[in-house]
Design a binder for this molecule. Structure first.
Ligand code: TXA
Ligand code: MG
Length: 358
């Protein structure tokens, strides 16, 4: 099997494939997803098989633009409103109206119409309404929620172009819909909604502060549960897929804690590597390259997240720059220190730290 890449205007074969229980690579504003009918267990099983994804890692369910409230999601049998308190309903509706369509996944009590396989047997289902126009067209035409994890082989770098999907899964699926390069570049923020509290399970573009601004007037608190950057919580696997090792290139990747630290040159040497690929945060700060130049180590590839340190540009470039360093002839990948900030920088640091875990 070799996947056909369909132009965004030619989605008819993709819809046919989805409605007959097949799986399709689709664009979203965050990363490309591998989509299948969320209510068809066979389609869901094909997603897990194509990705080599373990069954303990639940999938996110994507919904069309009009399913924009707890009541609508419940009416379409994605979630179960009766299992939510009035406070939870009000909170979820507030978050939906503030951030959907967009890169926010909300965990809510699942409907029995969502197969066990989607939620890995958990009592909640992750729901998200993508803002990408092609994803929306597919959802509107299919009239069914689409389960879609990122369209990469399990544990590998998430795809942000149709070509990336082709190189990950091109021999395993029939169609990939090309919606251009993803705007956001890192996966959605995943949150759990409780009575009086919102927990961030996976950081993304929508940061804790953005959420806090919306829910604070309701007397609701926001906390962070499992980010790998919060070491004290790193072992709490509330979101099973937020595994320590994830988003990983095939080459060893190191994230420097201090870019000017003179021990950095020892890292590639201790790994027996004479060549490195460097992931720079911004083009106008060459300290790391200067430090490496003073050693016998040869920098064979350099990629830059952003010219002047803009987090939107950096996130958009993150996975493609990692992919390109992974495909270069460098022995290891060294990444500069990421600025300590909420929102996209935090999400970028989270993905790089996971990519560096073996
Ligand atoms: O931006 C995104 O979210 C992309 C695009 C395609 O929408 N999707 C994505 O899916 O990143 P995936 O499968 O690569 O990541 C989903 C994450 C995993 O960490 C999974 O464990 C978590 O969401 N998740 C999903 N359902 C969950 C649930 N019921 N409880 C806890 N965590 C859940
Ligand atoms: Mg993923």
């Amino acid at each position: 099997m070799t996947a056909t890449i369909l132009a965004a205007k030619e989605i008819a074969p993709a819809i046919k494939e989805l409605l007959s229980g097949g799986v399709v690579g689709i664009p979203t504003e965050t990363v490309y997803g591998l989509a299948g009918d969320a209510k068809n267990p066979e389609a869901v099983a094909k997603i897990f098989a194509a990705k080599d994804r373990p069954h303990f890692d639940p999938l996110i369910v994507h919904v069309p633009p009009t399913w924009n409230s707890v009541a609508e999601l419940s009416r379409h049998k994605v979630i179960e409103q009766d299992k939510m308190s009035d406070g939870m309903i009000k909170l979820a509706d507030r978050l939906i109206s503030a951030f959907w369509p967009g890169p926010l996944t909300i965990l809510l009590p699942r409907s029995n119409s969502i197969p066990d396989l989607v939620t890995s047997g958990l009592e909640t289902v992750g729901v998200r309404m993508p803002s990408h126009p092609v994803a929306q067209s597919l959802l509107i035409a299919a009239k069914t929620p689409l389960a879609a994890p990122s369209a990469n082989r399990f544990g590998r770098i998430s795809p942000t172009t149709a070509e990336h999907v082709f190189s990950e899964l091109g021999d395993r699926i029939t169609y990939i819909v090309d919606g251009g390069a993803c705007e956001v570049g890192v996966e959605s923020t995943v949150i759990a909604v409780h009575d009086g509290r919102v927990s961030v399970l996976r950081p993304g573009k929508i940061g804790m502060r953005d959420i806090d601004e919306i829910v604070k007037p309701m007397g609701v608190f926001v906390d962070r549960v499992t980010s790998i950057l919060d070491e004290k919580d790193a072992k709490a696997q509330t979101s099973p897929g937020t595994l320590a090792s994830h988003y990983a290139p095939q080459k060893p990747l190191f994230v420097l804690r201090d870019t000017c630290d003179h021990t950095i040159a020892n890292i590639p040497v201790s790994l027996g590597a004479r060549t490195v690929g460097v992931l720079m945060v911004r083009r106008d700060r060459p300290q790391l390259l200067d430090a490496l130049k003073k050693t016998g180590i040869i920098v064979t590839a350099t990629e830059t997240l952003s010219d002047h340190g803009d987090p939107v540009e950096a996130a958009k470039n993150l996975f493609s720059t990692m992919r390109s360093l992974d495909n270069s002839d460098a022995g290891v990948i060294l990444c500069e220190t990421i600025p300590p900030a909420d929102g996209l920088w935090y999400a970028i640091a989270d993905r790089l730290t996971r990519a560096s875990q073996k």
